[in-house]
Design a protein around this ligand. Sequence first.
Ligand code: SF4
Length: 927
Amino acid sequence: MRSHDPDEITVTPLENFPPVEQWDDWVEYDAKAWPRKVEKHYSLIPTICFNCEAACGLIAYVDKADLSIRKLEGNPHHPGSRGKNCAKGPATLNQIDDPERILWPMKRVGPRGSGKFERVTWDHVLDVFGAQIRKALVEGRRTEVMYHVGRPGHDGYMDRVLQAWGVDGHNSHTNVCSAAARLGYALWQGIDRPSPDHANAKFILLLSSHLETGHYFNPHAQRIIDGKMKGAKLCAIDIRLSNTASMADWWLAPNPGSEAFLLLAFANVLLDEGTFDRKFVEEWTNWPEALAALAPESPRTFESFLAALKRHYAAYTPAAAEKECGVAAAKIVEVAREIGKAGHGFASHVWRNAASGNRGGWQVARCLHFLSVLVGAVGAEGGTNFNTADKFVPAPCSKPPPQKVWNELLYPREWPLSHHELSYLLPHLLLDGRGKLAAYFTRVYNPVWTNPDGMVWERVLRDEKLVELHAALTPVWSETAQYADYVLPMGVGAERHDLMSQETHAGRWIGFRQPVRRLAMERAGKKVEWTWQANPGEVWEEDEFWIALSWRIDPDGSLGVRQWFESPYRKGERITAEEYYRWIFENTVPGLPDAAKKLGLTPLEYMRKFGAFEIAGSTYDTFKKPLGEKERAGASDDAAKRIVVKEGKAIGVLAEGGARVGVPTPSRRFELFSQTMVDWGWPDQALPGYLESHVHPKHLDPAKGDYVLVPTFRLPTLIHTRSANAKWLYELSNTNPVWIHPTDAARLGLKTLDLVRVSTRIGHFVNKTWVTEGVRPGVVACSHHLGRWRLFEDHGTDRWASAVVTREEVAPGKIRIRRVKDVAPWKSSDADSSRVWWSDGGVHQNLTFPVQPDPISGMHCWHQRVHVERARPDDRYGDVEVDTNKSMESFREWMALTHPAPGPGNLRRPLWLNRAVKPAPEAYKLA
Ligand code: SF4
């Protein structure tokens, strides 16, 4: 663990990294002046990378002569990333210097989608949106203001803003990303994200490509290698030979959608061979409820429960799994025995991958965590913890009350258990007549490109009756920004304030993202009121934008909004970003004030200087913590139910000889059996189980050209839709061919680089093939990162990445996107733009995907049943064709599979289950 004592600060040694004492004036010779020795003086200022969720530390080298940012390197004082970054961290520099970047607030001057914009002032933007939102609030239209986020960059800031406005308007991207896995974890423990302790594990099981492309890529990758260096074994379950799988001891590539079956086969071996932690299961699961459901007539003993559990999972033998999953039974037994041997040292993780691909994918996470529970690895050293144990989210200076309204455009009643908003269905819900939006903000979010069925998004974003006013808050042009009324430039990782903390390892830390040029100006004695005054052009940051907008909505405070944006230090005056963070650092981060004091710094100065702080304390076994005196006051023990009760609610458990806090489920234990699933109409899903996917092999006949398309995998060098402004990254990755196994390629008469037409239910795309043994027969795969397009020659999406396309309505409702110009060199202020040598840019596949909302988790099920054939004579590379007439059919068919609210108590959703920006309890009641 790191010390707070400055004399004992230990950092991962990096050769030649400048010592912190010299960060205010670091001197290097100017490489360009060589062989002369010309000194350059730099301010080294820490910030946090914004190019994925992992929040690695960066150090910006700000040239003191002209305050330009010359490079960005890893921050060795950052506990998560320890001075190391992936390629995307240093590429922040490209994003800052991008000659294509949007520098000013822009207003549309032609029809939506016409590509005609003009520069306006921030003042104008605040006036327009302030008036529109104020009107909606005054008229009680509190479900018509919506903020839709791709990459948040900060925990909780927007929750506070939206609750201060009193609207139910938070929308996210989570249901096209991780919501299914989150539901699987939440049903077990009320906490939706795992935190594997890879560094101390004995066996690591990944259903994600963590080492190079997955969740928490760089910090996790470091710890996985740490673990391997200490002898841990690694198994990767992935349909594709990812770089992670290539480094693994076992690569298992099951039939897509059969992963839960495979995991249950591991469980079957553990139960059969008795290599599970009996005590943990007895003490910490709600086995009596499971027994009552599985074998109501049996004696109420743990032995009867074990017998019933074995019977329940008896069908999931390795031999049966071999048949269903296509993985050799002997391999399954081998891996299961390793899991049993690792015991508490079993670290596991699933993110996206199978959970986000399949109908019932949420059961993949549930079955994976079943293994962790069986071997007692939850919360253990080397095991799999909760994110809440390894992450720190501080409270702000004031917190508005929860909103009293419920927005059915976010959480429609058809999906009462959906873990996040049905975000990608927004256009379908609007077209279904369920409401409209008065003010819509997309923030670092590109739904036209990212989401399935993007042409329906385009249709709705063009419709001024459904979306009255749309602002795209974005660091880059995007396919969505093209249709916005206002395009508002927001800062990249070195141009904004945010607080970040992530579950990167067994430890807790907090990191401070900062606008480094602003800091350098302030260090040089220049006064800066707003961050846009220090950033290139008038690029702003969201924190300040929301503060300014909130004051514009409620200038005299009469709506009750303004009070939440007043300074905690200067009564009645507008809060500044500096004050917002200063208050948090002074009041809520354990250990920070003392650590700062030892260095003669204020807490804010400490964070400005080091950019991160490690919070002391063990993160293991948090659920075993004894209940405190205060919590126990007025509570009583219910020995029969093994819980501690206060005011009619379980507040803890009786376990391991004492009263302990447990986990935030109704039973306060790990819920092997979920009464919630029973109560909300899914009794057959009450236990970890296997659901046949919509891409089950029985639906496919490869001999007729029917395959599963796996479209979810990432590339390590790209950032979803935010790397088009990073030339280094596009030089590394600029094509996304369709992976196909040699046997399938032979059947279809394809060889590498041949054009192939891939048809979904609503359209098709034309791409190149890559014939490889790195994918299962019967499966084709295509990375989702590439295929950026623009409608206009000089804007729409950055030219480093995008092809110019035409958009034609070839028949009513049938849209064809056809490329008319490849990625090509062009003249700009950056000489590299005329050196662009790549021309491909890849193919956009998501446009051709119908929406497939899982009836329980609400997650879009990304895997597609497709027909694959050689491209037809008229097909051209990059063609995408979509029949939007079929879009609503798929929406309605999948929606018909749901079990709508109300549930018990006439509720829209179980009160105990988390919800993004949780409303007041009364909003949960259906009228
Ligand atoms: S893993 Fe890479 S992209 Fe993600 S935060 Fe770290 S450096 Fe940035």
